[in-house]
Design a protein around this ligand. Structure first.
Ligand SMILES: C[S@@+](CC[C@H](N)C(=O)[O-])C[C@H]1O[C@@H](n2cnc3c(N)ncnc32)[C@H](O)[C@@H]1O
Length: 286
């Protein structure tokens, strides 16, 4: 197993990370070194993104690249890196039962009201990335406001990765749930993870840039800015109109106004905005 590490200038780190996640959707480790941030990806020789590709993705922000061969206990250390994600409640109720947890299969149950098991060896989306976490927080908020589970209706997870959002939505009562990704490995991971979690959903391949996006009244889209803007454009071109509710994540804080405005042109208004570090997510509805 090889660890490929890129050190980038902090001022451009978030943009470099967004580009790197396109090349390494199963996740990127982040280590803070002051003015420099190190991003690392893991893989067997031949499975890692190529050096010219990562260098091109990171561009002028690149400070240094290094590769390290990992020792035999690598898989145990890697498990330490993937800790469970536990969300809410906050404030005076913080000692109450957590609302939602995402955990790897080797961690024992947390006892949260909604619990999702995701094997991080698979596609992007262990729940640990800020963009996924922000989506899950907004999804919980939506579930709280959406009345009884039986009335929630259908939901589309656009760019499903490991399926973490689709599985959480199905557990929270949305039905039917459709998960779409252009990467066949993500589709396979979503199906496998749905089975592990005992959740019924449909997962299939689809490229939002080149194919019509299926309609659902509720859409989760943890995508980067360019893909969200493409989706907003596509909504304008369709007779069926867009969803009633959209959670849009994968945005840098300074990109959120532009993306909110793009959806506003198609009748979706901002109801809530969450930020975590450099990342932002929007809850939009008609
Ligand atoms: C940031 S990840 C989000 C994964 C997961 N939904 C989560 O929140 O953890 C974005 C996902 O969008 C997918 N994606 C990228 N471009 C796409 C496209 N043109 N059409 C469909 N899916 C795409 C990627 O394969 C990746 O799985």
């Amino acid at each position: 197993m090889i660890r490929l590490a890129l050190r980038v200038d902090r001022a451009h780190a978030e943009i470099a990370l967004a580009e790197l996640l396109e090349l390494a959707p199963s996740g990127v480790e982040e280590v803070d070194h002051g003015d420099v941030v190190e991003y690392a990806v893991y893989g067997a020789p031949g499975e890692l993104p190529s050096l010219p590709d990562v260098e091109a993705a990171v561009g002028d922000a690149l400070v240094a690249v290094s590769t390290t061969e990992l020792p035999d206990d690598w898989s145990e250390r890697w498990k330490e890196f993937h800790r469970p994600l536990v969300i809410g409640p906050a404030g005076p109720e913080r000692d109450a039962r957590p609302q939602l947890a995402v955990r790897p299969p080797w961690e024992p149950p947390i006892g949260a009201a909604t619990e999702v098991v995701i094997d991080p060896a698979q596609a992007f989306g262990t729940g640990a990335h800020a963009t996924t976490r922000l989506c899950l927080e907004l999804l919980l908020e939506l579930a709280g406001a959406a009345g009884p589970p039986a009335a929630r209706g259908s939901l589309l997870d656009l760019g499903c990765g490991s399926g973490v959002l689709a599985i959480a939505a199905a557990e929270l009562g949305w039905d039917p749930v459709l998960a779409v990704d252009h990467d066949p490995l993500s589709v396979a991971a979503t199906r496998a993870n749905a089975a592990v979690n005992g959740v019924v959903l449909q997962a299939r391949r689809g490229d939002l840039r080149h194919e019509p996006v299926p309609f659902a009244p509720t859409v989760l889209a943890n995508l980067l800015r360019p893909l969200l803007l493409d989706y907003a454009d596509a909504l304008g071109a369709r007779a069926q109109g867009g969803p009633d509710t959209l959670i849009a994540s994968g945005l840098l804080v300074h990109e959120a106004d532009e993306v909110a405005a793009a959806f506003r042109r198609h009748g979706l208004r901002e109801q809530a905005r969450r930020e975590r570090g450099e990342w932002a997510a929007l809850l939009l509805s008609r």
